[in-house]
Every structure is written in C-alpha cells, then in structure tokens.
Ligand binder design. Structure first.
Ligand SMILES: O=C(O)c1ccccc1NCC(=O)[C@H](O)[C@H](O)COP(=O)(O)O
Length: 255
C-alpha cells in the first residue's frame, strides 16, 4: 500500500534523528508559548474556519505549482482570512521541509500546523523546536497506545493536536485521548479517492462537542457550505488554494 511507503521513508528519517531527541526536547521546552489552534477554530462560533495548506506536490496530484514560495503563500492565506496555516514538511513525497514551517511561522500571526507523518516523539519535539503550534497525528499509521503517548507528549510540549481519522473504528481510537480537534480525511490514503460525504457520515459519530475539521477534496464554496451544514467548525484545504483558486475570498463574500 502506498501509505506503507511513506511510513517506511519516515521511519528511516526518524532513526537518523533519534540521537537528537534530548537536544530537541530541551529546545522545545524553551520556546515561546504557542498560538492555540483550537481557539482559532472556535473564535467565531457558527463561522466555518479555513486551515489553508502550503504544499508543493502531493502523491495523488503531483506538482501543484512550479514556483513554491511558502511564506508568500501563507501571508496571502492570512490576508484572505484563513484561521490557521498547515505546512507540509514531508520531503520525499510532498517536497516539504521543516525550514518552510520555520519561515512561515515567523511571517504570519495565526497558528501553524506541522503536516507530516508523525511516528515518534522526536518529530514532535522537532516540530515544537521549529516553531509549530500544532501537529497532525494520523490514527491509521499508529498503534492505539503509540497514539495516546504521542498525544500526551505533544500536549505536554504545549502543542495542539489535529487527530486525523478515516473510519468509524479510527474514530473510536481517536476519542480515547479525548482530543479537542478531530480531522475527518475525505481522502482514502491508499486509493487516493476522495468522497466529501464521508464527512457527513462521521459527523454523527463524533458528536457536537469536538472541533470537527473536514479535510481533503474541498474545491468550491458549495463544499464549504455542505460541511458547515453537517456541523463542522473548519475545513483543511490544500490543492484548490495551491492552484490559485480564490476560495477564501469567495467564502468570505458568499458564505
Ligand atoms: O494528498 C495526497 O495525495 C496524500 C496522499 C497520501 C497521504 C496523504 C495525502 N495528503 C495529505 C492530505 O491529507 C492533504 O494534504 C490535505 O488534507 C489537503 O487536501 P487537498 O485539499 O485535497 O489538497
């Protein structure tokens, strides 16, 4: 499966980073306070917020732009009303880099999420030391105990966590850590198929108290209206924005 290839590549990088853990943890513990992703997503109840993503390529869609300037991209997102920025840092399949996150965090005043495939606490310490305000934990690539340990570790370092699910069973595991924010990925990470109605099905399983984020395959204002009507507080949008679609502006004007 494709996701296994990503995970194998991540694990190899983690292996090389393990010796840095103590140093990164100390740096992480001395960073200034984070900006709360949860607060940003519930700042204006009833308004669907947008987490706008910076990524140059993706496995399913290939290169999204020839000219990738994550700082200019993120500043544009903030000006257009994004509540938070997601920055891909995975290098092999998404052409990401932790340096992109560092630069974006300095250039905007809203929370910044490290979008990567986190498997080990050293990546969380690394994220916090680089300035991230939040990290993504993908239930599908973690054992339940591993997930809870990573969730606790991120929280102890002052990070918010976006917990990503793609099935009712994964939702059950996700809920065991009592997360504030859950992302429902409309994309199957093996087949790459996206289905927005998956967000509708999962909304009921998650209940009203959790901040719900619908992720992937969101391209038009009508998609945003739908997920808002299904009880979501936020969406995470990458491809449409990276291809230059003025979705944030359209949403502000017609939401
Ligand atoms: O996007 C992919 O092709 C992909 C493949 C395998 C694992 C993860 C993948 N994407 C990560 C994401 O979930 C998206 O970057 C994010 O939700 C935004 O989606 P989109 O708006 O469809 O770019």
């Amino acid at each position: 499966m494709f996701l296994d290839r990503i995970v194998a590549s991540v694990d190899a990088r983690v292996e090389a980073l393990r010796d840095e853990w103590a140093r990164l943890e100390e740096k992480a513990q001395n960073m200034p306070p984070t900006r709360s992703l949860a607060d940003a997503l519930r700042a204006d109840p009833g308004t669907l917020q947008v987490i706008a993503e910076c990524k140059q390529r993706s496995p399913s869609k290939g290169w999204l732009t020839d000219h990738y300037d994550p700082v200019a991209q993120a500043q544009g997102y903030q000006r257009a009303g994004a509540a938070a920025i997601s920055v891909l840092t995975e290098p092999e399949f998404f052409a990401g880099d932790l340096a992109h996150l560092r630069a974006v965090r300095e250039a905007v005043s809203i929370p910044v999420l490290r979008k990567d495939f986190i498997r080990h606490p050293v990546q969380i310490a690394e994220a916090r030391a680089a300035g991230a305000d939040a990290v993504l934990l993908i239930i599908r690539i973690l054992e339940p105990d591993q997930y809870r340990a990573l969730y606790d570790y991120a929280t102890r370092l002052g990070l918010d966590v976006l917990v990503e699910i793609h099935s009712p069973v994964e939702a059950e595991v996700a809920l065991t850590a009592h997360p504030a924010i859950i992302g429902v990925n409309n994309r199957d990470l093996d087949s790459f198929e996206t289905r927005l109605s998956f967000s509708q099905e999962m909304a009921l399983a998650l209940g009203p108290d959790i901040i719900k984020v619908s992720e992937s395959g969101i391209h038009q204002v009508e998609d945003l209206r739908q997920v808002r009507d299904w009880g979501y507080q936020a969406v995470l949008v990458g491809e449409a924005l990276m291809r230059g679609r003025p979705l944030l502006e359209e949403w502000r004007a017609n939401g």
